[in-house]
Design a protein around this ligand. Structure first.
Ligand SMILES: NC(=O)c1ccc[n+]([C@@H]2O[C@H](COP(=O)([O-])OP(=O)(O)OC[C@H]3O[C@@H](n4cnc5c(N)ncnc54)[C@H](O)[C@@H]3O)[C@@H](O)[C@H]2O)c1
Length: 253
């Protein structure tokens, strides 16, 4: 689908993979609404992107927050693309001296799964209201993780939330087919963003050594490039694409 003259909402669009995606969508001619929680980061990102971007301070878990972001999108023009990048990792084991508390598990699931669903459900009526552009109305891209399949010890909450995003991709694509809206999920391996800064450098080095080829972290621009291709290619639908340089996380490091 061509993006010129259209609007995209990018959750988590103020940093990392989301910000790189927003830059890419703007280059392709879209206006973008950046959804994020941090005012300072959001304003800086919107300023960098110029008049094609607007920032809305919002928590994806909160219904009213996301509704405001969709309203801003509607003011900018026809919403046709949603990219869900907002998310966070919180690694903690279930047993041991400091076991994961129920509230911690819930927060991860609320952010990564419910937050993604909240953005999708509120974007859909706006995308469905658009006329066909060629053979489609719009595209939804969600972000999972290779942890959906290869989650390590301590990642039960994160892996469960990301596996659930994979799980809803096909049913959503099937449901939205009659409205000519595609749904695709990208499952990144290891990408160089703030998310990985929470991992101690020695562990990060060990992780990097597990990546077959190329033996390095992916760049946010490489993630953005795949999202742009997903939007562009009408045959991609109902699928989760691993973007991981053949990485399969080991059981232990
Ligand atoms: N970086 C990686 O290696 C990697 C690997 C696999 C999956 N992912 C996924 O990619 C997505 C983007 O991560 P990133 O690496 O760019 O990390 P990041 O920390 O740079 O960006 C995540 C963004 O989401 C925002 N966010 C978090 N919770 C939010 C909430 N409740 N409401 C609104 N915004 C919220 C953060 O403020 C931040 O701007 C995440 O879903 C993450 O799980 C990243």
């Amino acid at each position: 689908m061509r993006l010129d003259g259209t609007v995209a909402v990018v959750t988590g669009g103020t940093a990392g993979l989301g910000l790189a995606t927003a830059r890419r969508l703007v280059t392709a001619g879209a206006k973008v609404v950046l959804v994020g929680r941090t005012e300072a980061a959001g304003k800086a990102a919107a300023e960098e992107l110029g008049p094609a971007a607007a920032f809305v301070a919002a928590d994806v878990r909160v219904e009213e927050d996301v509704a405001r972001a969709m309203d801003v999108a509607e003011e900018l023009g026809p919403l046709r693309t949603l990219v869900c990048c907002a998310g966070g990792a919180h690694s903690k084991r279930v047993i041991g001296r400091r076991p994961m508390r129920l509230a911690e598990f819930t927060t991860v699931v609320e952010t990564n799964l419910i937050g993604t669903f909240n953005a999708i459900r509120q974007a859909l009526p706006r995308i469905m209201a658009q006329p066909l552009r060629g053979e489609e109305r719009g595209v939804v891209v969600a972000t999972s993780s290779i942890a959906a399949w290869d989650g390590q010890a301590g990642q039960s909450a994160y892996a469960a939330s990301k596996a659930a995003v994979v799980g809803m991709t096909l049913p959503l694509a099937r449901e939205l087919a009659e409205h000519a809206i595609r749904v695709v999920t990208v499952a990144p391996g290891l990408f160089d963003t703030a998310l990985l800064e929470t991992v101690p450098p020695p562990v990060r080095d060990l992780l990097r050594e597990q990546i077959p080829h190329p033996r390095r972290m992916g760049t946010p621009e490489e993630f953005a490039s795949l999202v742009a291709h997903v939007v562009d290619n009408p045959m991609l639908n109902g699928e989760t694409i691993r973007l991981d340089a053949a990485l399969r996380m080991p059981v232990v490091l």
